[in-house]
Design a protein around this ligand. Sequence first.
Ligand code: ADP
Length: 521
Amino acid sequence: QFPFGRRLPCDIYWHGVSFHDSNIFSGQVNKFPGMTETVRKITLSRAMRTMQDLFPLEYNFYPRSWILPEELPLFVAEVRMMKDSNPSWKPTFIVKPDGGCQGDGIYLIKDPSDIRLTGSIQSRPAVVQEYICKPLLVDKLKFDIRLYVLLKSLEPLEIYIAKDGLSRFCTEPYQEPTLKNLQQVFMHLTNYSLNIHSGNFIHSDSANTGSKRTFSSILCRLSSRGADVKKLWSDIISLVIKTIIALTPELKVYYQSDIPAGKPGPTCFQILGFDILLMKDLKPMLLEVNANPSMRIEHEQELSPGVFENVPSPVDEKVKVAVIRDTLRLMDPQKKKRKDTHSEVPPKLTPSAVLLCRCQSSEQAPGASEEPPDAAPGPEAALPSLFLKQVFPKYARHFSYLRLVDRVAALFIRFLGVKGTTKLGPTGFRTFIRNCKLSNSNFSMAAVDILYIDITRRWNSMGIDHKDSRMCLQAFVEAFFCLAQKKYKALPLHKQVLSLIELCECRLAALHGKRLVWGCG
Ligand code: ADP
């Protein structure tokens, strides 16, 4: 720990909350720039909506959501329309303040008119989301899953998933929402921080009882009832990969701004906490992504009313120690060197490796048998097999077709011009249109300017950064979709977008080729 600052460069920097140190020029940092902003409730909902517009079936694991206050009229209109077309539909919605955590400020409603527009919510934007009324219950209780995911690298994309997670239980038996029980947080919200205050909270040292259990204990139970647990895992892996694919475009914009290509800087990795709810039919639904998941391995126990004590929590320890141990193991710079040099000489024991040996657990994760593809013999030989499983690029070929917005973001970044920025000016946008030859007699440069101004103004009116009036990535994506729709009217949206991406990439490649030839000439 360096409470007063650090003097020497390090191999691995472990920041507590976010990427904030601009004086790091080497090594690896455990946070990506912009991750906290990217996974906030509103930003995540927007990114998921873009993907749902492109690939509705692939992204149906995220509940339908609206952003408040700006989409309140849309929310009211859409709900009315759906109720008119299906009068037996009796939905419930959950309102979650943006940037909130631990269930803070969350409430359930039956009708859009119940949205509280006074007080805190008015000053705080929020997401309103369809409430999943039929979750899977265990012991009559609702629970959610916290799964740890390591984003090892953004470019190329590398994702690892922990082989076990935590299941956090409600403390009142679940009933489908009615006007009478809507306020019962111990029945509807699975947050540990809320349920710990219920008299029914059960601390247990065993992994398969109590209010916090391992996910593997739930899987064992489901498997004994004949559930297809393999399919469930594969659905969860897909959910994680697709969610990260939705987040990468925004992350790449932040990354190039904080760590410009070609300048010395660190590389980044990050442990994310995925909150997932299982529906009755075992379909996993994404609730949210945490950029800074709690790594505490103790829990609070109330000794007498109002008097709490921290006691070890074996369930947290089993999962979290393994996640941190394997993250260090995968990020071990000595290992990278070994891989690069194919050294025959046994490598030095690095500080992280020393830490790993100390944390070594005798327990092995369920089904943990694989070594990572880049595993090399060394100090790790003495360690348990990996608890983090590589899923990307391992399954990349199944998901590559979804990475369209990534390619749109690459175009956006290319025209940003000045390094260190995340927004595109009008000149950059014009250059993009000109270089990709997108303007013609039907779409003049004056129309290009109007498109830029209209979309940018709207996005800036709802954004956080009011000072910078230029075009953000989401606004560019909207403009790009607009251009694609204009040009390829007859196709479905994802094909329109793909066709325009290919056209732009092709024209830019041709232009680059020409410039090279001229340069040689
Ligand atoms: P927070 O960051 O405040 O914990 P979450 O989005 O995780 O916010 O929501 C808190 C809890 O509310 C979740 O743990 C879950 O139990 C419940 N919840 C959230 N969204 C839904 C939903 N769409 N359907 C059903 N339950 C939900």
